[in-house]
Design a protein around this ligand. Structure first.
Ligand SMILES: [Cu+2]
Length: 230
């Protein structure tokens, strides 16, 4: 389903895996209920006909279960293959392109903090840009994120990217995304993290390289002030 814009390179792949599940599970759901309803109506109580007791040991009636079971298992294999392919691509393979940037994402009750590399493209240098609840990235550029938590479990979710990743205190979780649609996309915490959980929205601002450079320029004065006062 794509009611929410597909704004990352892997959004369509995630939707594909979910649609495979919808179609296969939906097919069996309606088929099973159809047969069930037909059986209930066709074999309803009739005068002079006694109900038959089946022990489940006879071969003949059992095949209606075992054959359907085999078909469902084949569908399971299709789901697993589709899901593993997408999982490996989205969760286990990091981009290696030289233009890849790294951002740090820190969750806490109840806000998101972001550390962007400044003009040098490196984290932990004087020109890093820190923001709260607002992540600024460049369109069509791969980003690796380092996700941590200051307190409890949170979950960094950007529905338009089809990205959802738990953050766990004490761990740095690495993943990636590459935005394909400019504009503002929502961030929401997707893990119950306390009373302010619902008040933890943020936004990803996807900018063209020129817009991003202008934004960095506008922030660089503030970053220098912050490093001077340290
Ligand atoms: Cu949270």
């Amino acid at each position: 389903m794509d009611w929410i814009v597909q704004a990352s390179t892997f959004a369509a792949d995630v939707d594909f895996a979910i649609n495979v599940i919808y179609v296969l599970v939906g097919f069996w759901f309606f088929l099973t209920f159809g047969i069930f309803l037909w059986l209930v109506i066709a074999h309803r109580a009739k005068p002079g006909q006694k109900a038959e007791y089946l022990t489940g040991d006879e071969r003949e009636p059992k095949k209606f279960i075992s054959r359907a079971h085999m078909l469902v298992l084949v569908c399971d294999v299709a789901i697993v293959v589709a899901a593993v392919q997408v999982w490996v691509q989205v969760k286990q393979t990091l981009p290696t392109a030289p233009e890849t940037q790294t951002v740090r994402i820190v969750s806490q009750q109840w806000a998101w903090s972001f550390v962007h590399p400044g003009a040098d493209g490196q984290l932990d240098t004087a020109d890093d840009i820190k923001t709260v609840d607002e992540l600024h990235i460049e369109l069509d550029r791969p980003y690796i994120y380092e996700l941590t938590s200051r307190d409890v479990l949170h979950d960094f979710s950007v529905p338009a990217f089809r990205l959802k990743q738990d953050s766990i205190p004490g761990r740095v979780i690495t993943g990636w995304f590459q935005a394909t649609v400019a504009g503002i996309h929502e961030i929401q915490c997707a893990e119950m993290c306390g009373i302010g959980h619902g008040l933890m929205p943020g936004k990803v601002v996807v900018e063209t390289p020129e817009e991003h450079a202008a934004w960095m320029q506008s922030k660089s004065g503030g970053a220098m002030l912050a490093s001077a006062s340290r």
